[in-house]
Design a protein around this ligand. Structure first.
Ligand code: G3P
Ligand code: CA
Length: 321
């Protein structure tokens, strides 16, 4: 399938060509860092993921009241930080957008589900569990790349469908010399409007960043593969391929399971397919899950346990097909 997609892409230009090119080896994307082990979206969590061999670290992005991009999944602070111990609520809550960077810098990030504050045998370079800015994540990725002797990619997600956030992400990436897939970067969003807008804006800036539209993989009764967008709208993969380089799809949708047929249809229009979220902690159970989805043809996996993902990916690649 990958060979077919590559042939198709060779005959095309723009997004499709870039997307299919990335299918040589399934990518391991550290979902919110090594978030199964350490607090999500911390430099320590990203560092552990990089040391475990992840290809990309994934910062979800929110914007502070003074317009700084920070790595955080939620648009509110209490689930992952001690904000309620330090500040009274604002506007009835603790939205990231209501707090300045200086205030957010005072917070400590806490483990949520399976994470802990330390990991056996690992001493982080950045031991303080703070909320990093996007700039700090990029600086970390570059420094870690130099240390590791390989490029640690970045896979930022615009968590708000906000043109100002789009502009800041693109300006930051351009300033930091991320211009195309060769720089090991993806930009993702659940909003098709945002991905379309990013596509248009980056063309004006001369960038060719691979864009990933997130959603749910739906197979209609007639066998057509669609991507469910916000509001339940069904997007045709052919249309998505005109502005996105790939799709990021849920692997655990009970009603609409991801299938090889769906992945094949995405590949047929030149879209790379990355799956989220691989969250099994038990090595044997996780290995079986990775093997099943990689056999379907996934081009990348978002994993909470980078070590398990890398082991499974390497075993998959080493197995004769
Ligand atoms: O971005 C892919 C995956 O991370 C989507 O899930 O909610 O963890 O951002 P979420
Ligand atoms: Ca994400």
């Amino acid at each position: 399938m990958r060979a077919a997609a590559l042939l198709l892409a060779t005959a095309l230009c723009g997004p499709l060509a870039q997307a299919a090119d990335q299918g040589a080896r399934p990518l391991v994307i550290a979902h919110r860092g090594a978030s199964g082990y350490l607090p999500e979206h911390t430099l320590a969590g990203y560092e552990l993921a990089a040391k475990m061999g992840a290809d990309y670290i994934e910062p979800d992005l929110q914007m502070t009241s003074d317009g700084v991009l920070v790595a955080m999944h939620d648009d509110t602070l209490p689930r992952t930080t001690n904000v309620a111990d330090l500040f009274v609520a604002r506007n009835g809550g603790y939205k990231v957008a209501d707090f300045s960077l200086a205030e957010i810098r005072t917070l400590t990030v806490r483990p949520t589900t399976t994470g802990a504050t330390t990991h056996p045998g690992f001493t982080p370079r950045f031991a303080e569990l703070r909320v990093p800015t996007f700039d700090e994540v990029i600086a970390f990725a570059k420094a870690q790349s130099a240390l590791a002797g390989r490029t640690i990619g970045i896979y930022p997600e615009a968590k708000q469908a906000d043109p100002a956030m789009e502009d800041k992400i693109l300006a930051t990436l351009q300033r930091e010399k991320y211009a195309s897939a060769a720089d090991k970067v993806f930009v993702q969003s659940f909003s098709d409007a945002t991905v379309k807008s990013l596509d248009a804006k980056q063309r004006l800036l001369g960038l060719k960043l691979p864009l990933i539209l997130l959603g749910h993989a739906i197979t209609l009764p007639d066998g057509s593969a669609m991507l469910a967008a916000p509001g339940g709208r069904m997007l045709s993969l052919k249309d998505v391929a005109t502005y996105a380089h790939g799709v990021g799809v849920a692997i655990a949708n009970a009603k609409y399971p991801l299938t090889k047929h769906w992945v094949d249809q995405a590949h047929a229009v030149g879209l790379a397919v990355h799956g989220w979220t691989f969250a099994k902690a038990d090595p044997a159970t996780a290995a079986a899950e990775y093997e099943g989805f990689l056999t379907m043809g996934l081009d990348g996996v978002f994993s909470n346990y980078s070590d398990l993902a890398v082991t499974a990916r390497n075993a998959f690649v080493a197995t004769p097909k």
